[in-house]
Design a protein around this ligand. Sequence first.
Ligand code: GLA
Length: 504
Amino acid sequence: MENVLPSAKLPLFLCLIAGVCPATNLTGNWLLATPNGDGTLRRTYFRLKQQNGSITGTIRATLHLYTIDKSSGDAKNFTISAGMAILGGERRVTFRGKLAGDELEVSEVTAHGEGAAMTAHRVPEGEGALPARIEPPALHPVRDNGLARTPPMGWNSWNKFANHIDDATVRGIADAMAQNGMREAGYLYVNIDDTWEGERDAQGNIHPNRKFPNMKALADYVHSKRLKLGIYSSPGPNTCEGYEGSYGHEAQDARTYAAWGIDYLKYDWCGAFTIYKDSEMQAVYQKMGDALLASGRDIVYSLCQYGIENVWRWGPKAGGNLWRTGGDISDSWESVSRIGFSVLPLAPYARPGHWNDPDMLEIGNGHMTDTEYRTHMSLWSMLAAPLIAGNDLRKMSASTRDILMNREVIAVDQDPLGLPARRVWQSGEQEVWTRELVNGDTALAVFNRAAGDAKVTLRWADAQLSNTPSNVRNLWCHTDERAIAPVYSAYVPGHGVVLLRVRL
Ligand code: GLA
């Protein structure tokens, strides 16, 4: 044969006759879909425009919408960097990539280096765009649901299991709570956090993903253990993990939760950052507060928006039973002490039905000492904070059990007066808090925030007690002291606490 084309020219020849030449321009809408492993996809949309030597556009990575403000290279080898304003700061992403035929090969560049190459595909213009804004309702006070007269107690999946939570684990936790004394100690709510969500059907009804085959059956199971089931969503189109949020489906989701038998909703702002301003939070939370009431089921309403906009001032008006006071806790003394010792000024906002939530417990998760975990439990109890355990309740050490199930400490947390502590004395890194209890008793905590042990000596008068007490009960040692001098001395281990119940 004579007219054989040199092989290098073959693609060009084919593309010319077929009219499908490989793209040399990045302009278009590209979808990168990565399986979450539960039947759902994590979707990132690159809406790119390549023109005059630069690449502009947006990157919508589930709940985050970034605007590209730096670019270099061309379709054969490009880098794009994009930012979004969030929480008074900026969040950024950087991707490198190239066009490969009509696919886009991209990899994310982080402080740890360049990630694996992934393939994005062209999708129609408009797909993956943020949904249109729905105006938030006019403000009005949501009727009190009458729930959570004492701080809610239970368990939540996030701190220990994060994305690896499923039906079997939740059932196992419920079994453990019904058997190991947690339920009798007051821990009632079994709360599923993020990553249970699946897709919506044609009628807009939310379905769980395949980790949770039947939410109603799971609720029935948890109820059969005389426990309650909690769930999680966001007022935005996506949750923090990029799953389906309740945006535009608030009333429908509330009805679905009620039909499943859900007893508690944690509603996490995350994905709402792309639609609403911080100043619109009250109205947006109110919308779900109303929807939960209208569902006709008793559902505890937990606001999770990291303490922005002084939520403690309006949380109850939005129907909230509890509201997070700040960012996420972690299993470290730095985190627990920073959070625990800073919530005190918010104490006046807590009252029966409406509580400050310094976040879920880390007790038993393994990165603190038992002394530090006792301080964690004591701080939360003095603050009248919700006690939502965050460890694997199926495998607890004896000391973790003793800390979580110390009935005398729990009684302080659950005191029906609902009056959180105040600081009455401080000297360097040692401080004393007192909390008025229902029968005239006072809970008194001597904290030592220093790393080393300390001897703390205080006069009862320094703790603003009118008399020398007639009985001092040590709530961690379970001992009583009856012959009491006007001056009290305690040895407090580093990062530790002496927690007393004092009777005048
Ligand atoms: C946010 C919340 C956490 C947890 C995660 C789940 O970070 O503050 O408590 O719910 O989202 O994605």
